[in-house]
Write a protein that binds this ligand. Sequence first.
Ligand SMILES: Cc1ncc(C[n+]2csc(CCOP(=O)(O)OP(=O)(O)O)c2C)c(N)n1
Ligand code: SF4
Length: 350
Amino acid sequence: MTFVRPSFRHPNLPVNPLGYSRRDYEGAISTLCAGCGHDSISNAIVQACFEMPVEPHKVVKMSGIGCSSKTPAYYLGRSHGFNAVHGRMPSIATGANMANRDLIYLGVSGDGDTASIGMGQFIHVLRRDLNMTYVVMNNGCYGLTKGQDSATADRGSKSKKGAPNPFESIDLCELAIQLGVGFVARSFSGDKQQLVPLLKAAMFHHGVALIDVISPCVTFNNTEGSTKSYQYVRDHIEATGTFDFIPLQQEILTHYEEGTTQAVRMHDGSIIYLHKHDSATDVTNRRKSLDYLEAEKEKGRLLTGILFLDPDSCDTHGILNTTLQPLNTLTEAELCPGSASLQDINAKFR
Ligand SMILES: Cc1ncc(C[n+]2csc(CCOP(=O)(O)OP(=O)(O)O)c2C)c(N)n1
Ligand code: SF4
């Protein structure tokens, strides 16, 4: 049996301004369980990259290990890819990004891959503010190894087999806001309308952009007692607002009523318009964002949308003041300017 998509395509498929059809952003046929939330996220990634549009060869897709980390095989078949070992995607992303800052870095991971074995790598890539989009496909369990509770499973939540989880859960978004991340969002795999613009905005953000996507595991964690099931999420979801992402090159047609809209200009001039449900929502204030998240949690609601946004954040290259030219294009003479230069550098540290 083959899972490779046939290359034949209808000659009149619609194309984006770069001349690519949606098919050019797809990958192999998914082997995940039918109904798995991760497949919906893969589709949203394809849609976002097609619509933005990005050149497929300008994207680097990376992951660790897990059902979620298998998904890069199912999208962006013409992009660069690296499937790291369990929980180690951030260090691979850091190395690649340091060598070539000119590409778009898209990492996907699971809640096990990120919040358990990969927690050390995760928090450090956040605090270093690597210029990448980091998507967590969060199902509250280790799907690939048959559904054990993960560190994001809520206390008291119960998967298909086993007892209610006795431990406190880790909220990846709160952690990211505390660590100074400039773009923090939460979404639901079943909400493509919200997820696609979120992905686009995240890829344009300068610095690390975290999107925690609740993505139900239909095989092991979609039961009545689970807080990561389709039913539970649908019953408890609340959004900071609906929003539009307008890339710099695009004509601005959006119009919202005064007083209900927050327009945030991104680093490159693109704009995010947040149409707020509640006029008290201010996603650019770190403390208020944390309060809002906690307040909704107390009400038993799952807050989605953009949770925190700092349009002026600076990525690792900016923090380290590296050259604008990608390091992998520097010549030997530029990289090794000679022992006199080395002595000068050493002298500055004495
Ligand atoms: C070093 C190491 N330890 C443990 C495993 C076994 N293992 C594979 S995937 C996984 C967890 C996957 O969970 P998650 O990241 O949430 O992804 P999901 O499958 O739920 O999408 C574990 C524990 C492994 N592959 N490597
Ligand atoms: S086991 Fe769960 S996470 Fe893995 S593919 Fe199946 S539904 Fe998705």
